[in-house]
Ligand binder design. Structure first.
Ligand SMILES: C[C@@H](N)C(=O)N[C@H](C)C(=O)O
Ligand SMILES: [Zn+2]
Length: 203
């Protein structure tokens, strides 16, 4: 039973793809994150409603959305903070933050200790080609913490730039705003629980 105002996104947008990274080992910590108990995707009703319009618009071009993270419990954010304090644990550095000192991931803005994700209207996502099943080339993988993931990074191919702009412009058109340091991170404008940080588990 979810709190009032929240839904499972996959129940509302039937053809959406999920790869909920913080429930898996394939993330910057290298293990499942506290509070993620099942590979399900939770958002507020308002964010899901807007996201459905994004999915419908992309479908006309044989494209669709893949979500990596959405509602994030505060205990997961706390897990990130605890992990960051252990500077000797650099298991996933080469893949996720090769150019940033682990000590700076929070103060350089790549991870937040009070995350918009915990209010339930923020999500991390990319676009997939429905014909091939492949993710579009965005120039970096998801959660690559570094300047190459900034939306307007210059050293990208024209295809990578246009793929980023397609995701950005479609999300903006249907009511989201973007976080400039991470091409994948969007928050619903006028989100319903802006000042609340929830801690119910993802299950
Ligand atoms: C950790 C990354 N996926 C992310 O969501 N970063 C922002 C800044 C956050 O933690 O809210
Ligand atoms: Zn995010």
């Amino acid at each position: 039973q979810l709190p009032d105002g929240f839904v499972y996104v996959e129940d509302e947008i039937l053809d959406i793809q999920l790869e909920m990274r913080y429930c898996l080992n394939n993330n910057f910590v290298g293990q499942p994150i506290d509070g993620y108990h099942a590979e399900v995707c939770i958002l507020t009703k308002e964010a899901t409603h807007a996201l459905k319009k994004v999915q419908e618009a992309l479908k006309k071009q044989n494209l669709g959305l893949k979500i990596f993270d959405a509602y994030r419990p505060q205990r997961a954010v706390n897990h990130f903070s605890k992990w960051a304090k252990n500077v000797n644990d650099t298991l996933m550095k080469q893949e996720f933050y090769p150019e940033v000192d682990k000590r700076n991931l929070f103060n350089e803005g790549y991870i937040a200790s009070r995350s918009r994700h915990s209010s339930g209207s923020t999500l991390d996502l990319t676009i997939v080609d429905l014909l091939t099943g492949e993710e579009l080339d965005m120039g970096t993988p998801y959660d690559y913490f570094g300047k190459a993931s900034w939306l307007l990074h210059e050293a990208l191919t024209e295809t990578q730039k246009s793929n980023r702009m397609l995701l950005h412009n479609t999300m903006i058109k249907f009511g989201f705003r973007h976080y400039p340091q991470e091409w994948w991170h969007f928050t619903l404008r006028g989100e319903p629980f802006k000042n609340q940080y929830f801690d119910f588990p993802v299950e």
